[in-house]
Design a binder for this molecule. Sequence first.
Ligand code: IMP
Ligand code: MG
Length: 175
Amino acid sequence: MATKRSNIHVMIDQQKIAHRIKQLGEQITRDYNGEPLIVLGVLKGAFVFMADLIRTIDLPLTCEFVGVSSYSGTQSTGNVRITHDLTVDIQDKHVLLVEDIIDSGRTIDYLVDVLKASRPKSLKICTFLDKPEAHDMRHKVDYNGFVVSKEFVVGYGLDLDGLYRGLPYLGQIRD
Ligand code: IMP
Ligand code: MG
């Protein structure tokens, strides 16, 4: 079967992921200094990372989600589409946008523009992975788990046509 775990080359293992997330959570806890925070996950990819991240943040936080879609297979289509809109008012609230991976940066740039129109108190970006070779973003990333190369990766929330999100590590599919 094509999705067998034996066909995956492990790039970042569970232990390294957990260690890095703990560091991010501690940094976020310090930076917001007891202030209430809305952690806003970008569906679907960010839900695994977000689930682990919020358990390392010691703040009065609430969880919200926005759904976007721009990929088909391993290629970004370039058109970002909202598939699930915000259901709370973020005006005057601290918002931390959580993404699985930043590739071209178009998804995040688009979302930040849309969210800023609702006038949050602050809006920061936290991504599990960053592909800096591939993007030229207008907005800066505030928290970044790992930098990866241009190659397509799966696991820990990231998918290929919906598959592989449940892998507990980050990997590459062997041909
Ligand atoms: P961007 O708009 O080009 O930055 O694309 C970001 C989105 O593309 C992410 O939220 C992912 O859903 C998807 N994506 C980009 N690179 C990869 C990858 O290597 N594996 C899986 N999904 C990816
Ligand atoms: Mg995504």
